[in-house]
Design a protein around this ligand. Sequence first.
Ligand SMILES: [Zn+2]
Length: 312
Amino acid sequence: MAETRAEKVSDLGARAAAEQKARKAARDASRKIEAKETTAEKSKIVPPWEMGADGIELVDTHAHIDGEDFDADREEMLARTKAAGIVAVVTFGDTMEASARAVSLAASHETVFAGVGVHPENAFPFTQAEIDRLAAWTKETRVIAIGEIGLDYYWEKDEEKRALQRKMFTRQLALARDLDMPVCIHDREAHGDLMTILKTEGRKNRGVIHCFSGSWEMAKELLKLGWYLGVDGPLTYKNAAKLPEIVEKMPADRLLVETDCPYLSPLPYRGKRNEPAYVRLTAERAAEIRGQSLEELAAQTTKNARTVYNLK
Ligand SMILES: [Zn+2]
């Protein structure tokens, strides 16, 4: 009896073990299916150039497509941009060399417009020769703005060099006024000095504060002074901070969408190289925040882009 029972017990044990094994196998199999579905979901993310046939038209109002990040595939990238419904790309120089490259890209591509200027991170003792060169470039085809100019106190902690940034910035603002051209302004952790300059020397300038990173209070002041505000990929991030509130509250006729590519890719491309086609993802998020359709937001921001930069 005892033996039989023992056998039975061991039988039961074996069956239990077998069942456990089967359950584990089933779980593993379902996990594998799940994993497959996740991969499939990911590959279902349709790149913007495959959605462009829906008639949505956007302008990427701030890009840097002259650099080496695009050397391997610039023409393909621009073809994708067009296929994604991006009707114009405004590319900005951030050094004299990059400005020269931006000018030649605008000259050779109908949908590319250029801004020329020196970015605060690349500040150097500016002479009349550089001012003359920037002025001469603005006479070239599809050169429509002075930029990217501004102040960057995040990267620059040295007070003397910050003073140099301010000098270079105000000089380029003066050039834009002389030429009656809009400017594109970079401001990182220099809000106080930027506002002071824009209310004094810069009060007759017009244009865009790109990749806006200030508060709603600052936004209101800038809007009152007539400035447009550009928003980029970070609007799509979970830690977008104050930006969604600003995008929600600001008047529609001052909002611009931009990439700042190759930097600041929107989700789901965060961490990868950004390109003008991805401006659509930032536009989608802006439309969602404002409770508008993408069609409406695209039509409005494209109109704004054409107005502020006089794109033809
Ligand atoms: Zn930029």
